[in-house]
Design a protein around this ligand. Structure first.
Ligand code: BTN
Length: 251
C-alpha cells in the first residue's frame, strides 16, 4: 500500500483529519463505529488496504482484496439534528459519482439509492450506518468501496461491476481518487446539512439513471419519475398510482 502511505487530506478539506490507515482489518465500518462510539470527531476516516469481513448493503459481503481498491469509512457528525441519515447516504452517492467523473472517460451515474455506476456496471458502493444516542443519531458511518485498480473483475461479478482501471484503460492511482472523494463528500454533504436536501435534489435527479426508466423494487413495478423532497424514489405503476419507495434495491 505504498501509494497510500503518507497520504494527507487536501488543504481545507474537513474530512480525513485524522485518517487512520490500516494494512488489514475486518471492516472499516466496524472500526469507524468503534472509534465514533469512543468519541472520535467529525471527519475521522478509517482506510484499509484490505478487509477480511467487508460488508455491503442488504447483508452482502464486499470483496476487498489488497492493493486494488479503496475501502474507507468516514465518521460524519455535523448537521445530524437537521438531516436524516438516509438523506446523508443519498448525498454521499451523489458526491462519489461527481468525484469519480474526474477519472472516467464518460460520466458516471447513480443507481438509486446510492450505487455509482459506469455504463450500467458498478464502480462504487456505499454502506451508511447510523449510531444513535436515544432517538437522535450522534454519528453516521459512511462506508465506501470504490473499485480502482483491478484489471479484471472477479468472475462472479464481472457482468455487473467494473473498475476505474477498466473504464479508463489505465490506473489513476488510489491517492488522487481518495483526495477527490474526500473533497466532494465534504462539499456536497456540507451543503446538504447547511441548506437541506432541496439544495442537491435536482443534481441527484439529473444523475440518477433510473429516472424515466422501468424499475421493480420491493412489491412495486413501474416507471421511476423522480426523487421526492424526502429522498424517496417515486414510481408510477401501470395503473397510474404513484408510490414513494423509501428503501430497497432496484431489480
Ligand atoms: C454496497 O454497495 O453494498 C455497499 C458496499 C460498501 C463497502 C464499503 S468498503 C469500506 C466499508 N467497510 C465495509 O465493511 N463496507 C464499506
Amino acid at each position: 500500500m505504498d501509494d497510500l502511505l503518507g497520504f494527507v487530506s487536501p488543504p481545507g478539506c474537513g474530512l480525513g483529519r485524522p485518517l487512520i490507515l490500516k494494512a488489514l482489518t475486518g471492516s472499516t465500518n466496524d472500526d469507524a463505529r468503534a472509534l465514533a462510539s469512543a468519541g472520535a470527531g467529525h471527519g475521522t476516516v478509517v482506510l484499509a488496504d484490505a478487509q477480511t469481513a467487508g460488508r455491503g448493503r442488504l447483508g452482502r459481503a464486499w470483496c476487498s482484496p489488497a492493493g486494488e481498491n479503496l475501502y474507507l469509512s468516514v465518521v460524519w457528525r455535523s448537521g445530524l439534528d437537521a438531516i436524516e441519515p438516509p438523506l446523508l447516504a443519498l448525498g454521499a452517492g451523489l458526491a462519489v459519482s461527481e468525484a469519480l467523473d474526474g477519472f472516467t472517460p464518460t460520466p458516471t451515474a447513480v443507481k438509486w439509492p446510492n450505487d455509482v455506476r459506469h455504463r450500467g456496471r458498478k464502480l462504487a458502493g456505499l454502506l451508511a450506518e447510523a449510531i444513535y444516542r436515544g432517538t437522535q443519531p450522534s454519528a453516521v458511518i459512511l462506508g465506501l468501496g470504490v473499485n480502482v485498480r483491478g484489471a479484471v473483475m472477479p468472475e462472479a461479478i464481472a457482468e455487473i461491476a467494473t473498475s476505474l482501471r477498466i473504464v479508463r484503460g489505465d490506473d489513476p492511482g488510489r491517492a488522487p481518487v481518495l483526495s477527490s472523494l474526500l473533497e466532494h463528500l465534504d462539499a456536497t454533504l456540507g451543503r446538504l446539512c447547511a441548506e437541506g436536501f432541496g439544495a442537491i435534489r435536482q443534481r441527484l435527479i439529473e444523475r440518477c439513471e433510473n429516472i424515466g426508466a422501468r424499475v421493480s423494487i420491493g412489491e412495486v413495478s413501474g416507471v421511476a419519475i423522480d426523487i421526492d423532497p424526502a429522498g424517496a424514489l417515486r414510481v408510477r405503476d401501470d395503473q397510474g398510482v404513484v408510490h414513494a419507495v423509501r428503501a430497497g434495491e432496484i431489480r
